[in-house]
Design a protein around this ligand. Sequence first.
Ligand code: ZN
Ligand code: ZN
Length: 644
Amino acid sequence: MASTDTKKILPEEGKRNILISSALPYVNNVPHLGNIIGSVLSADVFSRFCKARGYPTLFVCGTDEYGTATETKAIEERVTPQQLCDKYYAIHSEVYQWFNIGFDHFGRTPTKQQTDIAQDIFLKLYKNGYLEERATVQPYCEQHKSFLADRFVEGECPLCQYPDARGDQCDKCGHLLDPLDLINPKCKLDGATPIPRETKHVFILLDKLQPVIEEWSKKSSVEGAWSHNGKVITESWLNEGLKPRGITRDLKWGTKVPLEGYDEKVLYVWFDACIGYVSITATYTEEWEKWWRNPEQVKLYQFMGKDNVPFHTVIFPGSQLGTGDKWTMPNHISTTEYLNYEHGKFSKSRGVGVFGTNAKETGIPSDVWRYYLLSHRPETGDSEFEWDGFIASNNNELLKNFGNFVNRVIKFVNSKIYDSVVPDYTKHTEPYFDEHKKEVNAALAQYNEELHAVKLKAALQTAMKVSSIGNKLLQDNKIDNKLATEQPDKCAAVVGLALNQIHLLASLIEPYMPATSALILEQLNMPLLIIPDLWEADSIKPNHKIGQAAHLFSVIKPEKEKEWRELFGGEEARKAKAEKEAKAAAKKAEKERKKAAKAAAKDGGAKGESVEAIEKGGKETLPGEKTAVEEVSEGVKQVVLQSS
Ligand SMILES: [Zn+2]
Ligand SMILES: [Zn+2]
């Protein structure tokens, strides 16, 4: 055991050690794009950044497999919960693999380690007086003769009157609910009205833990600069006052409750799930405590959608604190809002949206998906997935800006002038080059600052800026055969600078587009550059032989928009949006017409001209798509011209 463990990533003395978790996806949901950007992809970017900076970094995730939903679905599919989980674990793994999510370990919750660690935490909480046994009244379905888990009771929310609230939580107002408080409760399986029946459960006394949770979260949210919604949601829980909550359930598929008289009950998933981060680390390395009991040397960054916030900022830290043990606790909490699909919701049952392996089926490389999702990460509010935007970001931003810069330089070095050998770029200098380096370094400093603060979207824009600055360098100095013949030293200086900038750029985009970064490194024939604080523009030396240029991106034809929308749904939402926009445009045009008519009445001479202008203006606002197509084809033309 010990010999295989020596290769594992472990914290190092005196270094910045980073432990990263992304919310454990529930096993029997096939993830959609919103789930992917919400946690795993965001965590992956941060993990890759930390690694590209040279920090010892461990990124763990896994499927959350216990619980009612699994048990019920297994009954439906006539398999054991284990068989069901095996099937879905494989689906999740395949999806994340395709999206190039670089987990150091993607585990699962039903393990011996989970049982050991969760029971240990449970027993310590019990010993320290933070757990209490209570007789409770629970919904029981006489129809199918079983106690009902909270989420298997449905009815009207007593707080906001939302008609489709689940017994555990209201999707509309977000409050956690007691299923027996629902108005007109129904069994989800057979629609029978559940009756209250007495049973015994263990409660965690969150009210008793509130002072320590509050003290910790006040400190951590400032030190770790939690994202805004993470702070707000936590504060609202604390302000409302924490209440004792049951942490056992009448189920078989879960972690056994280590107390007498609980043979038919297991630990509830929302107590159990976050402990999964610890147990998954423990299945990765026997030395898991070096990560999890090392608050002085390890910083924990947790990524999740906003619906998961209270589990990470109240329940999990409360459980940790209540044990009295030394724990690595959440430092930074990064939470996202929701990604919508074409102005509607993702829905597997209605076949709307891109789920699981759908993205792969489009034939578009995963880096393009990653780029689009990350540049539309719902950080401060909900955001939209839209096919036209998806195509435009590939054709305009990636191909025209980024791909063009890299391809043009490498092709030029491949040409007869240099025959793929980096020229001596040290013989010529001028103030322009120093200014250029300064500009790149300013962007680099900004990028590092943004990523250290987990501002993923902003840092991606900054990385793209480094590419734009590169294009500007080429344009300002007009690198071509003429420059190479007439001013060879200057031409070599531009080429050296540009190649080194591409090397830097490969590192800056690695967290976002790892496959593209690898392609660039292959073309440069260089290893990945550790992201520096200051860029010296000398990592690629004169006389180094580079590889062959190859296109990083290819054009997506505009007609794909319609095809994909038909394939993945969203046509209705799209039509509704177009109608709304057309109405707004018509209203605006009408307003302008009236305004112009008024002006014309005042000044008779200009009448003809203003009507024409309005008509032209009105036309231009309508066919927005055509403009995008024109831009695309121009972009393509430009790329072809410049790279030949
Ligand atoms: Zn029932
Ligand atoms: Zn509600």
